[in-house]
Ligand binder design. Sequence first.
Ligand code: SF4
Ligand code: SF4
Ligand code: SF4
Length: 276
Amino acid sequence: MSVLNDIKLKAKELLEKGDVDVVIGYAKGTLNGKCTPYFVRNANDVENLVWENGCDINLANYLLKISDKAAVIAKGCDTRSIVNLVKENQLDRERVVIIGASCPSTESCQKCNHPDPVIADVFLQGETKVNNDDFSDLESFSKLPSEERRNYIYKEVSKCIRCYACRNVCPACYCKECFVEENLPAWIGKTTNTSDNMIFHLTRAIHVAGRCVGCGECVRACPMGVDLSILNRKIMKDVKELFNVESGLDLDTKLPLNDYKEDDPQYFLIGGEKCE
Ligand code: SF4
Ligand code: SF4
Ligand code: SF4
């Protein structure tokens, strides 16, 4: 039997038994090859669920928008975001049934090393294609003079119209009031001045440091084609090398920037070569 059939059966069972009020999964999208988040509240509607290439949206974000008892059909990145949300006390683990399945959408995420769920209440196996992301794509970028690296980022953020779609879709960006909306103090101007855009994007990158799971949702959501994945990936690489932590892999490891150890590396304070 296919993974999709298993997903439908499990979703139907949970709804019919009243174990959950809603199952969050995917349905066919309006654009060819794209799937859209789909909330199933009626057991008959499980027939509209799909599980295929194009199911790439990170569904963890939607768990924060509802208070019902929910089940979510989750691949690797969704479960990693859920792990972080539980650790950050944003999500009650008891409120969520995780129907885990291997990611069907690895064409969207060529650099994902974790297509399988890291936690699940029910694990439905799928076709797993594990990549070997060693961050080698960052090598040539890291060797560029700092001015050229800055220019690359500057060029990307100059396209930004500050619609905040990238922030709104990010499961790590759940602040009730984002710093960009604060008035006292006003951290940045409201126009799309490139310097202000730079402050938004660099601050957001720091805020999600050690918490970003590399789902790529911020890039896919951008209407202007702004791609700062190189920045997020550089920080992911640094966090892994400095703290030996990959974001969201288990419920026990503390988030590296929420934790203090006497022997923590201090490069970021003293401006050592790893901060180049
Ligand atoms: S989604 Fe794109 S245009 Fe909108 S704020 Fe983010 S980077 Fe800027
Ligand atoms: S950019 Fe920072 S302040 Fe804004 S929502 Fe994200 S984490 Fe919160
Ligand atoms: S910053 Fe982008 S890649 Fe990282 S968790 Fe948020 S949406 Fe996903």
